[in-house]
Design a protein. Sequence first.
Length: 118
Amino acid sequence: QVQLVESGGGLVQAGGSLRLSCAASGRTFSVYAMGWFRQAPGKEREFVARIRWSGDSTYYADSVKGRFTISKDNTKNMVYLQMNSLKPEDTANYYCAAAAGIWDFRSWGQGTQVTVSS
């Protein structure tokens, strides 16, 4: 099992930036990829970004491509999500997740709230 703790959420004006962090612990050697997801009130959870734990291959949802950047520091077991040009529709609870396979996300953090005001 991998334990995940997110941080960095908050309130920001439209057009602003935030950087989310995710600290991973436990069986990180079993991780294939790390990802960020988000869930807005009344909506289903949706994929945001993914990065291979070994290597640097990344993949983004179309809605955030060009604005968000996922990165990692394997030496610190950390994953980051740099969010620029934020929009009110980016408001959601953001979750970090660890995958055992390309889309096999098995471990989840508790989430961090991001609110973008217009």
